[in-house]
Write a protein that binds this ligand. Structure first.
Ligand code: GLN
Length: 360
């Protein structure tokens, strides 16, 4: 039986049942949002000197680290494209989201999660330690070991050409091609991924030809996209798998939900937890400098910034997303109380509050 406390809570809930936040907060005001993003870009550029382009794939080492571009595509409102939004770069690990989507659609949820887990690994993207010490399957499909396992599942079902066609469609970008030089470059230096793949074969997780699986995976990583194509993909994920323009469905809503959830918990490798706290937008990174972000029910966002932090995530891209998340209220867990701490750095605010309450 409900006690008076419960009654009060229920009454409170009824009183505040009006939506307190417009889900499309500020995104419909394109001019204002553009100004906010421009400012955020300037702040984000300051981070570039602290990062480095990836060099373990020699071809990626040739990228100009100073590039930065963003495309934010709201479900309602105009597309905002700034900086190097139309520059092509290789998708790298962002393609793990596409591999996962297709595997869930083609092979089914049970078969996918027989091969990979759904937990963050807390390890680097190309780690194999946790695979070797425990006898288990890869932690999740968004790290190299997990994506290689997913590729083993996909290989008998689809060709790379099928995957390329799907990627072009889901990214609304028919210009996506395989970047042959990046592919060749990675194939020459991928001994770590090769080790992971053979380890997975030894555990019975990869049952397809290991070299073919490795080539399929590396080709997927070498598709050249733009920040704009990633925003198009993000927008479909934000809209539960459906194109908001023509109503066409690209994946089931369950597949979209699983992809977004794993992006939030595992999309930024061993930086996923702090990114979720600071930015709060499901995001997948790639060492080509790409970031695919999904502001659920609001917008798809694509970012390109090839200078990376130690975890292999775009250093300026992360700063840019953090800024726009705060200023455009895109954090999944946004609440109006944040307006009070608007101009202050969150960590300082929390620390000051704790000190004031003598908790510290
Ligand atoms: N192709 C890269 C690799 O397998 C992708 C890694 C990444 O983007 N984090 O190492």
């Amino acid at each position: 039986m409900a006690d008076s406390k419960t009654d009060k809570m229920l009454a409170g809930a009824a009183m505040t049942s009006e939506p307190v936040i417009d889900k499309h907060y500020q995104l419909r005001e394109t001019k204002k949002a553009t100004e906010i993003i421009e400012k955020a870009m300037n702040l984000a550029r300051e981070e570039i000197p602290k990062g480095h382009v990836a060099t373990y794939i020699p071809e990626l080492g040739k990228e100009d680290p100073h590039q930065l571009g963003i495309c934010l595509y709201p479900l309602k409102g105009d597309k905002i494209c700034l900086g190097d939004y139309d520059v092509r770069f290789t998708m790298q690990s962002v393609s793990k989201v596409v591999m996962l989507i297709v595997a869930l659609e083609v092979c089914g949820l049970k078969n996918v999660f027989k091969k990979v887990g759904m937990e963050p690994s807390g390890e680097a993207f190309d780690s194999l330690v946790e695979l070797d010490v425990s006898n288990s399957k890869p932690y999740n499909p968004l790290i190299n070991s997990g994506a290689l396992a997913v590729c083993g599942l996909l290989l008998p079902e689809v060709s790379f050409q099928d995957m390329l066609r799907y990627t072009r469609n889901v990214c609304s970008d028919q210009g996506i091609e395989l970047n042959e030089s990046v592919f060749d470059s990675e194939m020459k230096t991928c001994s770590r991924n090769r080790s992971i793949a053979y380890l997975l074969e030894s555990k019975g997780i990869i049952t397809t030809d290991v070299e073919d699986t490795l080539r399929f995976y590396t080709k997927m990583c070498s598709m050249n996209v733009t920040a704009e194509s990633l925003a198009n993909l993000g927008k479909k994920l934000a809209n539960d798998g459906v194109c908001a323009i023509d109503g066409k469905r690209y994946m089931s809503s369950r597949t979209a939900r699983i992809a977004k959830t794993l992006m939030l918990t595992c999309g930024m490798y061993d930086g996923s937890g702090s990114f979720a706290i600071k930015v709060g937008i499901p995001t997948k990174s790639g060492v080509g400098g790409g970031l695919l972000s999904v502001s659920d029910k609001r917008a798809g966002i694509g970012v390109f910034g090839p200078a990376l932090d130690v975890q292999g995530n775009s250093i300026a891209g992360c700063k840019l997303l953090r800024e726009i998340s705060n200023k455009l209220r895109l954090n999944l867990f946004y609440d109006p109380e944040w307006d009070k701490e608007d101009e202050e750095d969150e960590e300082n605010t929390v620390l000051k509050e704790m000190q004031a309450r003598s908790v510290m």
